[in-house]
Design a protein around this ligand. Structure first.
Ligand code: OAD
Length: 254
C-alpha cells in the first residue's frame, strides 16, 4: 500500500513537470480484467506458450490455432472497460497537454478512457493485416467484408495469404515511426511515469533508462519490484487503478 507521503511526492513531481511521458504495460489494464503476461498465477505466459502463439513461426505452423487465440483475447478486450487508472492518465493528459502515453498494450482502453495521444509500440489487437504484407509493410485489411469458413481464418483478398492480427510478435521489429517517436519523447521528457510493466521486453523497457539518463525524474506505479524500482524518484507500490486517481486528486492540494 503506497503511503500518503509517496502519493504527495508523485503529485508534486507531476505539478512541476513540463514534458511528461507515460509508459504503460499490461498491469494498467489488469483491473479491467485483461490478464497480464507474466503474473505467476493468472498471467497469459503462465498458461500459454508464447513460442506456440506469438511468433511468425507459430502462425506459419498453425495459423488457425494462433488466430483463435487472438480471437479469444479480442473478446476479453471487447468486454473490458477502462479502469480508474486509464481515466486518471486521460485526465493527466487533459490537464497537462503534451503528455504522451506510450503503451506496450494492444488494447484500446487508454483511448476509450479519453486519452488522445497514445503510441502503441506493440500494435493494436483489433486491427488486421496481410501476413505477406503484399502491398507494403504493413498492409492493413478490413475483415468485415470477408467471408471464411468456421474451421479456417480470413485470407488476404489481394494475394491469398492468411490475415494476421496487427500486433508485434516475438522476433519481429516494432513499427519504426512509432519507436522513433517514443525514443524522442523519452529523450526529451522531464518526467517519466512507468505504470504496470515488468520491464522485461526491449526495446520498450529501455525507454525509462533513456529518460533518466537524459535527466528526467521517474515515478513507478507497480505492486511488484522491477528493474526501475531502485532508482525511481517515487515508487508507488500497488495497483494503478487505485493509486493513479489518488495522485491526481493530490495534484493542486496545498
Ligand atoms: P508483464 O505481464 O510482463 O508485466 C505486468 C506488470 O504489471 C508486472 O510488473 C506486474 O507487477 C504489474 N501489475 C500487476 N497488476 C498491476 C496493477 N493492478 N497495477 C499496476 N501494475 C500491475 O507485462 P508487460 O510488461 O506489459 O509483448 O509485458 C511487456 C510485453 O511482453 C507485452 O507488451 C507483450 C508481452 O510479451 C507483446 O505482445 C509483443
Amino acid at each position: 500500500m503506497a503511503d500518503e507521503q509517496a502519493i504527495g511526492q508523485a503529485a508534486r513531481l507531476i505539478e512541476r513537470a513540463e514534458r511528461i511521458a507515460v509508459l504503460t504495460g499490461a498491469g494498467v489494464s489488469k483491473e479491467s480484467g485483461v490478464p497480464t503476461f507474466r503474473d505467476a498465477l493468472d498471467g497469459l505466459w503462465a498458461r500459454y506458450d508464447p513460442q506456440q502463439l506469438a511468433t511468425p513461426e507459430a502462425f506459419r505452423a498453425n495459423p488457425k490455432l494462433v488466430w483463435d487465440w487472438y480471437e479469444y483475447r479480442r473478446s476479453l478486450v471487447r468486454q473490458a472497460q477502462p479502469n480508474p487508472g486509464h481515466v486518471a492518465l486521460a485526465q493527466l493528459q487533459a490537464r497537462k497537454p503534451g503528455t504522451v502515453v506510450i503503451t506496450q498494450n494492444v488494447d484500446d482502453l487508454h483511448e476509450r478512457a479519453g486519452s488522445r495521444e497514445v503510441l502503441h509500440l506493440h500494435g493494436n489487437i483489433a486491427g488486421n493485416r496481410c501476413f505477406a504484407d503484399c502491398r507494403g509493410n504493413p498492409t492493413p485489411i478490413d475483415i468485415s467484408a470477408l467471408d471464411w469458413a468456421d474451421d479456417s481464418l480470413p485470407a488476404c483478398p489481394d494475394c491469398g495469404a492468411w490475415v494476421r492480427p496487427d500486433i508485434v510478435w516475438f522476433g519481429e521489429a516494432l513499427p519504426q515511426p512509432v519507436l522513433d517517436r517514443a525514443f524522442d519523447l523519452a529523450q526529451a521528457c522531464d518526467l517519466m511515469i512507468v505504470v504496470g510493466t515488468s520491464g522485461l521486453v526491449t526495446p520498450a523497457a529501455l525507454l525509462p533508462d533513456i529518460a533518466t539518463s537524459a535527466g528526467a525524474r521517474l515515478i513507478e506505479v507497480n505492486p511488484d519490484t522491477t528493474r526501475y524500482s531502485a532508482h525511481a524518484d517515487v515508487k508507488l507500490s500497488g495497483g494503478s487503478g487505485e493509486l493513479l486517481p489518488r495522485v491526481l486528486a493530490g495534484w493542486g492540494a496545498p
